[in-house]
Ligand binder design. Structure first.
Ligand code: HEC
Length: 134
């Protein structure tokens, strides 16, 4: 290996590992932020809120057996990064009349981390096996 290629590696490796670390950090942060959601939500079971399996990509109000408020049923939304971001920022002003009693995550970085975590966990084929996918 030449001196300059060693030098190049020495410069590139820390950048690569920093990227890998930050994706992991983001998921870990998302998991922490999800703890509050677990007061009302489970991946597989309806609690006071609907289950979250297959959430990202799911049309609103489609968890089987859950009784939604009219505003969520009439929203015509599909949950994706954009709609989740808007909803989780301020649920009660985004969908006035929703019965989700959560004030919102106001920091964009929090929502980005939480949504990254949701994307991964709500589409996990193992933990969501057997849950109907709308
Ligand atoms: C205090 C209880 C409570 C907390 C905390 C809570 N939710 Fe909810 N959530 C609900 C309820 C109740 C609904 C049903 C809303 C309706 O029908 O108006 C809901 C609905 C939703 C929906 C719409 C689901 C669908 O099937 O259309 C999403 C998405 C959601 N919650 C995500 C979250 C996330 C992410 C968090 C954590 C940041 C969270 N919720 C925290 C109670 C809660």
């Amino acid at each position: 290996m030449t001196r300059s290629s060693i030098l190049a590696l020495a410069l590139v490796l820390p950048i690569l590992s920093a990227c890998g670390e930050s994706a992991e950090n983001q998921l870990a942060r998302g998991e922490q932020l999800y703890q509050i959601c677990k007061g009302c939500h489970d991946m597989r079971e309806n609690k006071s809120g609907p289950y979250h399996c297959w959430l990202v990509g799911r049309p609103a109000a489609t968890a089987v057996g859950y009784s939604y408020s009219q505003v969520v049923k009439d929203s015509g939304l599909t949950w994706d990064e954009k709609t989740l971001d808007a909803f989780l920022k301020a649920p009660l002003s985004f969908l006035p009349g929703t019965k989700m009693g959560f004030a919102g995550y106001h920091l964009e970085g929090e929502r980005t981390a939480l949504i990254a975590y949701l994307k991964k966990t709500t589409s996990d084929p193992q933990s969501c096996e057997g849950i109907p996918r709308p």
